[in-house]
Design a protein around this ligand. Structure first.
Ligand code: CAA
Length: 258
C-alpha cells in the first residue's frame, strides 16, 4: 500500500497507520480521509492482522477537519456530498480493534476520530478539544455525542461551548482515555498493547469488541441480552475449548482463530 498523506506498515500481527501531513498538523482533508479509509479496510480484511494502531506525529494526532478546504463550502455542497457521513466513519465499521495513540493536539475532527477508535492511549503531551465554536460551527463528526458519553454532559458541554482544551491528565480523569504514557514510549506501548490483543483468539476479540460497543447503542437489558448470546456463541469455538483447557493444564493457550 502506498499513500501520500498516511504511512502504513505491519509489525507482526499489528497494522500501524500514521497520519502524515506534518505541514498542516495532520488536518483531515478529503484525500487523507480517502486514504485512511482504504488502509483501515485493507488491514481489517487481512486475516494476518489482529489489531490496528492509528497514530499521528509528536505535535498533532490531528488538528481537525481541514478548515481551508471546507471554509468555502455551501450548505448544498456539504449536504449533497454527505460530508462526514460518506468517508469519515470508516473506522467505526471495522471488526478489528483500533487503538488511537494520541500525542499532541487532537482537536475537532481529530478528537472525534480518536473517539471513533476503540480506545485512546494518550501521551502526556496530548491535548483534546472541540474548538469548532471558535470558527463559527459545531462538531460534525460525532463530537457532541461521543464526547458526552465519554466525559459526561457537564464537561462535554463546557468543552463544546467554550472550545477549551483538556490535557492528558484531565482526559484520563474524565474517562476519555484509557491510560497516559510518557510521549517517548507512546508508540511502543500502543504496539505492545495491540500485539497482546492480536495474540488472542480473533473471533473472541471480535465478539468482545462488538458486545462492548453495544453498550453505547442500546438499553442495559438489551445490551446484556446481546452479550449473553455472544458469550454462549463463544462456547462453539475451538479457541474457547483450548483457552479453558490451557488454564486447567497450567499452560499457554494455542489459539487457532477458530
Ligand atoms: N485545518 C487546516 N490547516 C490547519 C489546521 C486545520 N484544522 N490546523 C492547523 N493547520 C495549519 C495552519 O494553518 C498552519 O499552516 P501554515 O503554516 O500554512 O499557516 C500549520 O497547520 C501549523 O499550524 P499553526 O501555525 O496554527 O500551529 P500552532 O502550533 O500555532 O497551533 C493549533 C496549533 C492549536 C492546532 C492550531 O493550528 C489550531 O487551532 N488549529 C485549528 C484547530 C481547529 O479549529 N480544529 C477544528 C476544525 S473544524 C472540525 O474539525 C469540524 C468537525 O467536527 C469535523
Amino acid at each position: 500500500m502506498s499513500f501520500d498523506m498516511i504511512l502504513t506498515e505491519t509489525r507482526g500481527a499489528v497494522g500501524l497507520i500514521t497520519l502524515n501531513r506534518p505541514k498542516a498538523m495532520n488536518a483531515l482533508c478529503d484525500q487523507l480521509y480517502t486514504e485512511l479509509g482504504v488502509a483501515l479496510h485493507a488491514f481489517d480484511d487481512d486475516p494476518a492482522i489482529g489489531c490496528i494502531v492509528l497514530t499521528g506525529s509528536e505535535k498533532a494526532f490531528a488538528a481537525g477537519a481541514d478548515i481551508k478546504e471546507i471554509q468555502a463550502k455551501t450548505f448544498q455542497d456539504v449536504y449533497a456530498e454527505e460530508f462526514i457521513t460518506k468517508k469519515w466513519e470508516e473506522v467505526t465499521k471495522l471488526r478489528t480493534p483500533v487503538i488511537a495513540a494520541v500525542a499532541g493536539y487532537a482537536l475537532g475532527g481529530g478528537c472525534e476520530l480518536a473517539m471513533m477508535c476503540d480506545f485512546i492511549l494518550a501521551a502526556d503531551t496530548a491535548k483534546f478539544g472541540q474548538p469548532e465554536i471558535t470558527i463559527g460551527t459545531i462538531p460534525g463528526a460525532g463530537g457532541t455525542q461521543r464526547l458526552t458519553r465519554f466525559v459526561g454532559k457537564s464537561k462535554a458541554m463546557e468543552m463544546v461551548l467554550t472550545g477549551r482544551m483538556i490535557d492528558a491528565v484531565e482526559a484520563e480523569r474524565s474517562g476519555l482515555v484509557s491510560r497516559i504514557v510518557p510521549a517517548a514510549e507512546l508508540l511502543e506501548d500502543a504496539l505492545r498493547t495491540a500485539e497482546k490483543i492480536a495474540a488472542f483468539s480473533r473471533p473472541v476479540v471480535y465478539m468482545a469488541k462488538e458486545a462492548t460497543n453495544r453498550a453505547y447503542e442500546t438499553t442495559l437489558a438489551e445490551g446484556v441480552r446481546f452479550e449473553r448470546r455472544l458469550f454462549h456463541a463463544s462456547f462453539a469455538l475451538e479457541d474457547q475449548k483450548e483457552g479453558m483447557a490451557a488454564f486447567a493444564e497450567k499452560r499457554k493457550p494455542n489459539f487457532k482463530n477458530r
